[in-house]
Each structure stands twice: as C-alpha cells, then as structure tokens.
Design a protein around this ligand. Structure first.
Ligand code: LRY
Length: 229
C-alpha cells in the first residue's frame, strides 16, 4: 500500500503501533512468523507495525495494509538501531514507509551526523524518518536534524535517563512541552493498557507496544514469576 507522508503521520494520531520482533536464536525469528504476528496486530487495530530486519520488512509489507516502520538492528550495544546510512537505505529499499534509526547524539559508526543521514535518506528515498531517542536533548537535536518523528525508544538504554519500570512518562511530558515541532512517539516498556493511555495523556502522538503484545517468552516469564514467586 502506498501512502503519502502526511497520510502516514495523520493515520498514527492517537493510535497504537505494534512492534513485532524476535531476537537472534529465538524460536519465532522467522520472517513468515513475524509477518503473521504483524497481520494479527493489524487485525486487532494496530495503526502501523514496527518490524526489524530486511527479510521481516519485506514479509510484513505483503502481509499488512498499514504502514510499516522498519529498522535494522546490528548488534546490541552502542549505536545499533539502523546505525549507518547504508542500513537505513536498505531498510527503505525493503519497503519501510518509515525508517527508524538511532536518534541519539552519540557518534555514528559511519562518521555521518544524524542530519547528514536524514538528509541523504530524504534525498534518495520517499521514507519518513523516526529518530529513536534516549533523552530530551536527543529529541531536540533529532527534530532540528530533520527527523519526521521522534520516539522515546532508547530512554533508559543510553545512560541519560533511568530505566523506569514502565514508560518514561516524565521524559514524554518534557518532550511534549519542549520546542519540538514533530510528532512524539512513546515507545519502551509500555506493558499495560493504562500505561498506553497514560502515554497519550502525556502528549504522545502514538504509542508503540512491543514485548507486552508480541514477545511470548517475556510475557510467559511475567506469569511464571507471579505464579512461582
Ligand atoms: C531498546 C531497544 O532496542 N528497543 C527495540 C527497538 O526496536 C525493541 O527491542 C523494543 O522491543 C521496542 O522498542 C518496543 O519496546 P517494548 O518491547 O519495551 O514495548
């Protein structure tokens, strides 16, 4: 499905996005499985899906009619979410309507600035850019660098913010009161419907939920801990 950039942003207003990811070595790490989970989320009312890896992005594009936010994780420390321009370009070529990438102020492995990365993507593709941020300063810098959306994805994972139990609502409120003129996406540790609605109340344009909907291993462990103590 083709969308204009404006249609994508408007379609996300006040809506839920579901992140569909399986980690290396996990039983569900298979593009067909991920596409089926993405389609199930779309049936449940997800306004968009967020999908990791080139093969999963391809598979999700043909499985759902909602916008696909794509990313490519390379490693799991430092700058690992779509870390370079080449990763970002490949994500866009795979069909992602929105390219999610590391939107922190940390140096990028290819030596480009965030602004250069975003400029090149905008010049060479039609994709929107979602900057995954870890702090208010990241979000301010990312919106100034040309990001189309800024997310709280990396709050609690870069050392600038505490790893809150649940979403970092304080950061979300600070971002929505700051001079950021692009939509703010709440993402990270949103585990319950009340937390999702609290994120909207704190100023989020849309809310991303991953683990609590699509990661059965973690969800099972929550129940195991409750039952077994
Ligand atoms: C920090 C990082 O690498 N976050 C990743 C970004 O794509 C994913 O592992 C998360 O599952 C996603 O952000 C959704 O968050 P949660 O699973 O907490 O609902």
């Amino acid at each position: 499905m083709a969308f204009t950039q404006q249609q994508i942003v408007e379609s996300l207003a006040g809506r839920l996005i579901v992140s569909v990811q399986a980690y290396p070595g996990e039983p569900m790490r298979d593009p067909r499985t991920m596409a089926q989970v993405a389609a199930s989320a779309a049936r449940g009312g997800a306004a968009a899906v967020r999908v990791q890896g080139i093969a999963d992005i391809h598979a999700a594009r043909s499985a759902v009619e909602v916008p696909v936010i794509g990313l490519w994780k390379d490693g799991d420390t430092g700058v690992y979410i779509t870390p370079t321009y080449q990763h970002a370009y490949a994500v866009a070529l795979a069909g992602a309507h929105v390219v999610a990438l590391d939107g922190t102020r940390r140096p990028r492995p290819d030596g480009l600035t965030l602004a250069q990365t975003i400029d090149r993507l905008h010049h060479n593709t039609h994709a929107l850019v979602m900057a995954d941020c870890g702090s208010l300063d990241d979000a301010l810098a990312a919106s100034a660098a040309g990001a189309d959306l800024v997310g709280t994805t990396l709050a609690g994972y870069t050392g600038e913010r505490p790893k809150t139990n649940g979403p970092d609502l304080e950061l979300l409120e600070a971002m929505s009161q700051a001079d950021i003129d692009v939509p703010i996406i709440a993402e990270g540790r949103i585990h319950t419907p009340p937390q999702a609605s609290a994120a909207i109340a704190a100023g989020a344009h849309a809310v991303v939920v991953g683990t609590a909907i699509t990661h059965p291993t973690t969800i099972t462990s929550w129940f195991v801990n409750a039952v077994e103590g």
